[in-house]
Design a binder for this molecule. Structure first.
Ligand SMILES: O=c1ccn([C@@H]2O[C@H](COP(=O)(O)OP(=O)(O)O[C@H]3OC[C@@H](O)[C@H](O)[C@H]3O)[C@@H](O)[C@H]2O)c(=O)[nH]1
Length: 404
């Protein structure tokens, strides 16, 4: 069996609907893993991109330096170069989408309030003539001339979105209303990132797009679940009433580098705990299930959806389902493999402990992706193992550099 590190995926993206979105994985890696962790070779370009930070332990200070060279971006004819707005573009998913859109040669403006996003995720593009970064909260209107809007802005981790539930609902409703208004005025195509959480604690398994869901509208998760449901309602309202061109992605659990290590989601929690030699925390008995997709597969799906003809909601996720307890063991094995390779093996295996199950935690979740396969010709290409391996290398490098 191939090991995780033997990932030989060379390119991501696809050439469909007259739109070539292929990008070398090595170029993407140079943006999040850095040159030391990748064999990236971008012809004619410097090996290191973006701002650099150096931590000094003695003075407990951090020194930043900016770099004025950027990875080469595709040179598109004017007619093909789009002006693209990405709300939440400094978040985990947003920053990877921005990397792709920039490398493909588009003009990208990122809107972010930096509640859960961070400037560092896109700092390697600051100063590029095709790139703009605006601190702005989508609950307020925003004026810009654009051709496409990827509307991602909203906290996505359960502890984050439950921290200020009123703000979460407000972001989902007002933010989507404002961005749809912008799409209506500019005639931009509008894509919203909805979520598998619209299915709630599902009574149907796996979850097809036709399933209406099972959501507790007054529970602690409702601010996000119902927020995204009403955001979808608004989106189709604007489509029917105002002919706005809309796309709706229902994203299932996604992981990858640049995920905030302390945002409380299971993949980041497990990898960080295992790397630091702490017990891994399984909530409840760990029999609940999730299917996890790697970030690059999700970004492929978003770009295909935006540029394809499908206007109905489309699930984008993995159908490789794990119980959380099995997932903890798989993560522990991969982290140990990385530690061994890096000569950092721990004296003993980390333990797995159980904590209380969060209220309304969905018991089963697996993406049914026939629609994405048929209408977008999309299929995930990264295994969970390949993704966890790369994400572990990323966090491990961050711990070594003092950033974590
Ligand atoms: O340390 C942990 C964290 C989480 N978990 C469990 O692992 C499972 C997954 O939890 P996560 O917090 O990562 O994500 P959830 O599936 O609950 O929610 C996610 O759903 C889809 C996306 O839209 C969102 O990113 C997020 O809300 C849950 O059953 C949770 O209880 C643990 O067992 N231990």
């Amino acid at each position: 069996m191939a090991t995780a590190k033997e990932a030989d995926i060379k390119t991501v993206g696809a050439n469909r609907f007259d739109f070539d979105s292929t990008v070398d994985v090595s170029t993407l890696r140079s943006l999040y893993l850095g040159p030391a962790a990748t064999s990236a070779s971008v012809p004619g370009a410097p090996k290191k991109f973006g701002a650099e930070s150096t931590y000094d332990k003695e003075s407990n200070s951090i020194q930043y330096s900016t770099v004025a060279h950027f990875p080469p971006v595709r040179l598109l004819p004017n007619a093909d170069r789009k002006r693209i707005l990405v709300t939440g573009g400094a978040g985990f998913v947003g920053s990877h989408l921005v990397d792709r859109l920039m490398l493909l040669g588009h003009e990208v403006t990122v809107l972010d309030n930096f509640f859960t996003g961070s400037r560092t995720t896109v700092s390697h593009w600051v100063g590029h003539p095709n790139f703009g970064l605006v601190r702005h909260d989508v609950v307020e209107p925003f004026m810009i001339e654009v051709d496409q809007i990827y509307h991602l802005a909203c906290p996505a981790s359960p502890p984050h979105y439950q921290y200020n539930p009123v703000k979460t609902v407000k972001t989902s409703f007002m933010g989507t209303l404002n961005m749809l208004g912008l799409a209506k005025r500019t005639k931009a195509r509008f894509l919203i990132t909805s979520t598998s959480e619209v299915y709630g604690d599902p009574e149907e398994h796996p979850q097809r797009e036709e399933y209406w869901g099972h959501v507790n509208c007054i529970g602690p998760r409702a601010c996000y679940d119902e927020g995204k449901r009403v955001a979808e309602t608004l989106t189709y309202g604007y489509m029917r009433q105002d002919n706005v061109e809309v796309r709706v992605a229902r994203i299932f659990n996604t992981f990858g580098p640049r995920m905030n290590p302390y945002d409380g989601r299971v993949v980041s929690n497990f990898i960080i705990q295992a790397l630091k030699g702490e017990d891994m925390t399984v909530y409840g008995d760990g029999k609940q299930t999730r299917s996890f997709q790697y970030i690059h597969d999700l970004v492929d799906g978003l770009i295909l959806l935006m540029n394809g003809p499908e206007t109905r909601p489309v699930n984008i996720g993995s159908s490789d389902e794990f119980t959380i307890i099995d997932f903890a063991e798989a993560v522990r094995d991969i982290v140990e493999e990385v530690q061994k390779e890096e000569g950092n093996s721990l004296a003993k295996r980390v333990g797995i402990i159980h904590k209380d199950m969060p209220v309304d935690d969905p018991q089963r979740r697996r993406a049914e992706t026939t629609r994405a396969k048929e209408t977008l010709k999309w299929a995930p290409q990264w295994t969970v193992r390949q993704g966890i391996y790369e994400m572990t290398k990323y966090y491990s490098a961050q711990i070594r550099s003092g950033a974590l």
